[in-house]
Design a protein around this ligand. Structure first.
Ligand code: SAH
Length: 387
């Protein structure tokens, strides 16, 4: 089935679930389902409640991070992901990445996200460590003045995560993709190279080492249910992840999953599912904000690809982070995880200008020059320093 089917068993009312959420209670599973399925006036009420919670913690500030997608070479074969579809592999050079840093630093950014396909060789780790060293020498890793480097380069060994941490990386993003083991296994090949257990272990290692750790899922995967999504929210909340990046699944026609969906659905069905996934993604941000007020929640790029205006909705609701793409234009076409990514035809100035306009339109204030680690992380750190 390729649609997010609504739960048909009796559920708590929307009014009672929202009341619990606003009171700060830890929501029960079915209360989460009720909120995630909210539509029309309920959708708007959930949005307003999350907006108030976001404002209480972050005021009108939106934290800005620039993302450089530096390579599409990947050892994994995730069935949904577009990087598997490109025969032409690229690796942006250190010099080109430093040039992106220079642009970002001048524009005010103090956070750089480095993302790529997954290459777990020691040689690649050496390469990233050398890059970290160059960034450190040029800008320092001093909070708010220097650069905060965020990595999103997949599953590595604990030792490799430690090396990157010691070299100065501060944060790490690794989506669990689907916190339900069965669903996770459905969307990854059974080639011995993809393991749910391993992915969980990576997340535990990252947190344990001391990274500000982010995770997330895709919304609208074939076979996914609202029960799965409610469990995803509980998974993020109960494991106290510091950051969440999640977004709608979007078809890439040259992937295993994309081909399978296209062969058995109509265009209309796909469009309906996409709208459902977009609305549900927004509900996920809003529910998460109420359940975890002190985490950072990014408004994902995939959301705007789905429907214009969704990013604004995310940022006027539960989300407080934006990650404009700074990848040099010549590499953008080779890094389309999904189709219709509109930044592909833009250069970084255009991307930058567009996000400024977007924030201005909704009365939010972009914050570039602070690292803005999530309050949840800062709080834990203070507790550990002064027990
Ligand atoms: N190799 C890194 C980075 C992956 S790309 C890693 O494994 O963490 C970042 C995210 O893009 C993925 O974690 C996945 O959740 C998302 N993604 C991949 N394909 C997608 C698609 N077709 N639609 C929407 N999101 C997708």
């Amino acid at each position: 089935m390729y649609s997010l089917r609504r739960v048909t068993r009796p559920l708590p009312t929307f009014a009672s679930a929202l009341r619990s959420a606003v009171s700060g209670a830890v929501l029960a599973h079915d209360e989460l389902v009720t909120l995630l399925q909210a539509r029309s006036s309920d959708f708007a009420a959930l949005h307003s409640a999350a907006a108030a919670a976001t404002k209480r913690v972050f005021g009108d500030e939106v934290s800005m991070r620039g993302i450089v997608e530096f390579s599409n070479a990947c050892e994994k074969r995730c069935t949904y992901c577009g990087v598997t579809a490109y025969d032409r592999k690229f690796l942006v050079s250190h010099e080109q990445i430093l040039e992106c840093c220079e642009y970002m630093h001048r524009a005010g950014y103090r956070n750089i996200v480095l993302q790529s396909g997954e290459i777990a060789s020691e040689q690649r780790i050496d390469w990233v460590c050398e890059l970290l060293d160059k960034i450190k020498r040029r800008y320092t890793f001093e909070r708010d003045r220097g650069m905060c480097v965020v990595l999103s380069i997949g599953e590595l060994s604990r030792r490799q995560y430690e090396r990157l941490f010691d070299a100065g990386a501060q944060r790490y993003l690794l989506r669990i993709e689907a916190s339900d083991r069965q669903l996770y296994e459905q969307i990854h090949p059974t080639d011995g190279n993809h393991s749910y257990e391993r992915r969980l272990q990576c997340l535990r290692d990252l947190k344990d080492i001391g990274y500000v750790t982010g995770t997330g899922v895709m919304v609208g995967l074939p076979g996914q249910t609202y029960d799965n999504l409610a469990n995803d929210v509980a998974f993020f909340r109960d494991n106290q992840f510091h950051m969440i990046g999640l977004g709608p699944y979007i078809i890439h026609k040259d992937t295993v999953m994309g081909k399978s969906i296209i062969s058995r659905t109509t265009q209309k069905e796909r469009e309906e599912t996409a709208v459902e996934a977009g609305m549900t993604t927004l509900n996920m941000y809003n529910v998460l904000r109420l359940q975890c007020p002190y985490i950072n929640i990014a408004a994902t790029t995939a959301l705007e690809t789905l429907k214009r205006g969704y990013k604004k909705l995310a940022l006027t609701g539960g989300s407080n982070v934006l990650m404009p793409i700074i990848t040099p234009k010549q590499f953008r076409a080779g890094y389309q995880l999904y189709e219709g990514k509109k930044e592909v035809d833009m250069d970084r100035e255009e991307t930058h200008r567009e996000v400024l306009k977007l924030l201005n339109d909704i009365g939010k204030k972009p914050v570039f020059t602070k690292w803005n680690h999530p309050p949840l992380f800062m709080h834990k750190q203070r507790q550990e320093l002064n027990p």
